[in-house]
Design a protein around this ligand. Structure first.
Ligand code: 0GY
Length: 315
């Protein structure tokens, strides 16, 4: 069962925590109708949904209402909310956000192997469609691959898929494991390439070969603010995202990563992030695939042919 035993503990954000941008610009780029922000989080509020005792950081609160207001401000229609490591495997804040989203949000949960089928079904009913396997050592204690494999078998039966977060240096070692998973896989933040080395570096080329060899692998062309050497306007990251959009147009997703956990250098303006989209997906067809058709196929397959359904009045 999820450990939620520290309700009494004071949960003050870390002293060096950077809260999300308070007043992001209205983007100049207008996303196509039905656009999905396919990577974002909710934090707490800690009073209602305490952070996990096992967490590696304590963030500021970032509520579902703030997330949905940002969605509307940016001109998006839907969210895919990813369970953040600060909530461990207690998905209550995520599920609460999904339930209030009027079918306009889907979830990526983090679960423990002893979860029951009833609990999985409840999460499925709320809108969870994937689990996340996190290999980033600064965020989580390691989980044995055998445990992840067991979870993969369980969630495959619900038609869910797997979102994976790892550092570029770990790709080589992870490839056999990833290729053994029974569902589609979505790789966070382009597998975190070393931007300073350029797109021809063997590490990024290996990532491209991995996607080429495995049609079930998708990736998020997200987080320029996390990957950039030089900060805004993130020119150094654009060639990486653009290449992936061009080469794998029907297997890429885009997300804000709001509220941008663990950003130390600066806090991005989410409107400015949206304005990068036409630089990484220059054609209308690429923008439609990246922002609407691809995420709809993965997260709302029942509505994929009619992505405008249910969004009037919210965009
Ligand atoms: C992200 C990236 C980070 C954090 C998490 O679950 C998390 O805590 O994903 C990070 O610190 O790189 O995708 O939000």
């Amino acid at each position: 069962m999820p450990d939620n035993s520290n309700n009494a503990e004071k949960q003050i954000m870390d002293a060096d925590w950077r809260p999300f941008h308070a007043n992001p610009k209205k983007p100049d780029f207008h996303p196509p109708k039905g656009a999905v922000d396919a990577h974002c989080h909710v934090f707490g509020p800690a009073q209602q949904f305490p952070f996990a005792p096992t967490r590696k950081y304590t963030p500021c609160d970032a509520s579902k209402d703030q997330l949905f207001a940002l969605r509307d401000h940016l001109g998006f229609s839907r969210n895919v909310i990813v369970q953040a490591s600060c909530h461990g495997n207690n998905n209550d804040a995520l599920v609460d956000a999904l339930k209030s989203a009027n079918n306009l949000a889907r979830g990526v949960a983090v679960i423990s192997p002893d979860i029951s089928d009833d609990e999985l079904k409840t999460m499925n009913d709320a809108g969870v469609r994937a689990v996340r396997f996190n290999f980033v050592k600064r965020l989580v204690d390691a989980t044995p691959k055998s445990v992840f494999l067991g979870i993969a078998e369980r969630i495959a039966r619900f038609g869910w898929h797997i979102v994976v977060y790892f550092e570029a240096a770990d790709l080589e070692e992870l490839i056999p494991f990833l290729e053994s998973l029974p569902t589609p896989i979505v790789i966070d933040h382009m597998g975190r390439p070393d931007i300073a080395k350029g797109i021809d570096d063997w590490g990024f080329q290996k990532f491209i070969r991995f996607m080429d060899n495995n049609p079930g692998i998708w990736t998020k062309v997200s987080c320029p603010e996390r990957l950039s050497e030089f900060g805004p306007p993130y020119d150094d990251v654009i060639p990486f995202s653009r290449l992936l959009v061009e080469q794998f147009t029907d297997r890429v997703l885009w997300g804000t990563d709001w509220p941008h956990p663990n950003m130390k250098s600066h806090m991005p303006d989410d409107g400015q992030l949206v304005d990068l989209i036409p630089r990484i997906a220059p054609t209308i067809n690429q923008q439609q695939a990246l922002l609407v058709d691809n995420p709809m196929r993965l997260y709302w397959p029942e509505q994929a042919d009619n992505p405008k359904e249910n969004i009037d009045g919210t965009v």
